[in-house]
Design a protein around this ligand. Structure first.
Ligand code: UD2
Length: 309
């Protein structure tokens, strides 16, 4: 399958903008819709003159209607991406993450879009003890964010079965890389630790640092999106996107401190409420069905992120 024209919601964000870069490189027409609530046009600087950029919110159905004509593919990356914010604002975040998503799906259906690839999250697994997390496990959402993403998946499945809209959901694990905004207190631990290391400051580790995460480099996430958008076996399915390897948070700080040449000891604070202890993906389904294989090794990804930071 070929992508000729794509809409990327949230295309000015961390993950969305890398996806836009790739789509532009492959020669397809790209429209970006982003309300710039967490994204930034600076992320699109290299491609701005080759895309259509529409500033606006996915709840604005008239605007979505203008973006969709001629699109064969939609990548839906727009969301309130902070778990903490959804805990503080369950209603307004549901408007964006749930109603906004249904609006994207329905507009895509009405315009005869072939496929919609949606950003879901490993958050849907909650803190279930079974490792690695496989897509066949029963979800156990523990935050509004996780419930919202799981709801998105159910709608995606429904739109596939009910209307024949080809939908694919990608459950991202901990994505990292350049453009992950380090200034937000809700940002990913890697961008926070790198900013600290760069400034010669000690980081805060919540809990004992023995919690582990499956960190996947943003370019590998882009690869998963491209496969999900083009592979004939993808529609109607959910796929983990991770590396099947995990790193402890205290070891992560050691790696970053070594990269930066600093030796500050972390300060430990109480564990974050609701923090998951271990997170590790099985990516067998994406590998078997789509040929997905992450290629950026953790050391390389860290170095490339640090070079950017
Ligand atoms: C990630 C995703 C989130 C959701 C969730 C699903 C990111 C940024 N967030 O949350 O969207 O999908 O997974 O479970 O990818 N930590 C510190 N010090 C800091 C910051 C973080 O010790 O300054 C710890 C934190 O307590 C946690 C780990 O580092 O144990 C990772 O934190 P995170 O915020 O990067 O990501 P996570 O896994 O909470």
């Amino acid at each position: 399958l070929e992508i000729k024209k794509a809409l990327v919601t949230g295309g000015a964000g961390f993950i969305g903008s890398h996806l836009v870069d790739r789509l532009v490189r492959t020669g397809c027409a790209v429209t970006v819709m982003d309300d710039l609530s967490s994204g930034s046009v600076a992320n699109l600087a290299a491609v701005m003159d080759r895309i259509d950029f529409i500033e606006g919110d996915i709840q604005d159905d008239a605007l979505l209607d203008k973006c969709l004509p001629g699109c064969d593919t939609v990548f839906h990356e727009a969301a309130v991406v902070s778990v903490t914010r959804t805990v503080q604002e369950p209603v307004s975040s549901a408007r964006i993450n749930d109603l906004g998503t249904i609006q994207v799906l329905d507009t895509a259906r009405r315009h005869g879009v072939r496929r919609v690839v949606m950003a879901s999250s490993s958050a849907v697994y909650g803190d279930a003890p079974q490792l690695p997390k496989t897509e066949s496990m029963t979800p156990a959402p523990m935050s509004p964010y996780a419930v919202q993403k799981l709801t998105n998946e159910y709608y995606a499945d429904l739109y596939f079965k009910l209307y024949g809209l080809e939908t694919v959901c990608l459950r991202y694990f901990n994505v990292y890389g350049p453009r992950q905004d380090p200034s937000s207190p809700y940002s990913g631990v890697i961008s926070i630790f790198m900013t600290r290391a760069r400034d010669g400051q000690a980081p805060v580790i919540y809990g004992d640092g023995g919690q582990t995460r499956d960190f996947v480099f943003v370019e590998d996430v882009v690869q998963a999106n491209m496969l999900a958008a083009t592979h004939p076996d993808a529609p109607g399915r959910v796929f983990n996107v991770g590396t099947s390897q995990s790193v402890a948070i205290s070891a992560l700080w050691h790696s970053i401190a070594a990269l930066a040449g600093v030796s500050a000891d972390p300060r430990h604070e109480a564990p974050r409420p609701g923090d998951i202890r271990h997170s590790l993906s099985s990516i067998q389904r994406a590998r078997d069905a789509l040929g997905f294989q992450p290629v950026v090794r953790f050391e390389e990804g860290l170095r490339r992120t640090f070079d950017w930071c």
